[in-house]
Design a protein around this ligand. Structure first.
Ligand code: NAP
Length: 243
């Protein structure tokens, strides 16, 4: 029997790498994309293979729609099917409102919202009953406790509407679509030992950062049997920063 297959964008490090490892541990063959860190993607692929699963790495810029569609098509060609899509690749520029350029706004919308739409549309063509689409959002789509994140929060909020629309479009085919919304998570994007980290911890109910594995555990739940009746939801994994 063919193994189930997951595609994780931005799987070369951070949250995406943790999701790739976790899904491999749960029995999925895993394809990952990266932007520039091919060596790090290869390391994650080796870990997937060490877990006994097949791996595929692909360079795919998230703002490049044809590259994303090709990543989906290549996953199906080389690994045989597609059961789970995790749209995770992301960027986190921030700064004073008056200094945000339209190019930066367009890039955020392209990398987060447009890429997730393109990937979901392409993936849905190949998914059967039991398919799962997971969009990695942000607690900043629910609550913005600091200045300087307007454009980022706007780009992540779009994923909530996208998941709800997908849930209705794809529900009749037995495919689920959800957002997992991390709070402060210890990665290169937001290291837990950075100067501002203490303030981020203070704003949470639990007084702590999330680990990439914490986010991956919820993605794995949605991708597995436990997620069969969860769709159109935005699930916070944020140590209670939005409580
Ligand atoms: P990270 O450590 O900076 O990793 C980002 C990943 O995305 C890398 O694999 C990177 O590839 C890839 N990537 C970045 N820009 C890309 C682009 N334009 N095209 C294709 N791939 C691209 O970030 P992270 O913390 O794991 O974040 C993962 C997701 O979680 C993002 O969507 C982020 O917004 C969200 N999130 C993170 C936090 C947090 O506190 N860390 C909180 C809320 C939400 P390369 O390695 O090749 O550069």
């Amino acid at each position: 029997m063919t193994s189930k297959v997951a595609l994780v964008t931005g799987g070369s490090r951070g949250i995406g790498a943790a999701i790739a490892r976790r899904l491999a541990g749960d029995g999925f063959d895993v394809a990952i994309t990266y932007q520039s860190a091919g060596d790090r993607a290869a390391t994650v692929a080796k870990e997937v293979e060490t877990a006994g699963r097949r791996a595929l790495t692909m360079r795919a810029e998230a703002a490049d729609a044809p590259a994303l569609i090709e990543a989906v098509e290549r996953t199906v060609r080389e690994l045989g099917r597609l059961d789970v899509l995790v749209s995770n690749a992301g960027i986190a520029p921030y700064g004073p409102l008056e200094e945000v350029t339209l190019d930066e706004v367009d890039r955020l919308l392209a990398v987060h919202a447009r890429a997730s739409f393109v990937l979901a549309q392409a993936a849905a063509r190949h998914m059967g009953r039991g398919g799962s689409i997971v969009l990695i959002g942000s607690s900043l789509a629910e609550r913005v406790p600091y200045a300087g994140w307007t454009a980022y929060a706007m780009s992540k909020s779009a994923l909530i509407g996208l998941a709800k629309g997908l849930a209705r479009d794809l529900g009749p085919r037995g495919i689920t679509a959800n957002v997992v919304s991390p709070g402060s998570t210890d990665t290169e994007m937001n290291p837990a030992d950075a100067p501002e980290a203490e303030e981020e911890r203070r704003l949470t109910a639990l007084g702590r950062y999330c680990s990439p594995a914490d986010i991956a555990a919820t993605v794995a739940h949605l991708a597995g049997e436990g997620g069969r009746t969860i769709t159109g939801a935005s699930i916070p994994v944020d140590a209670g920063v939005t409580a």
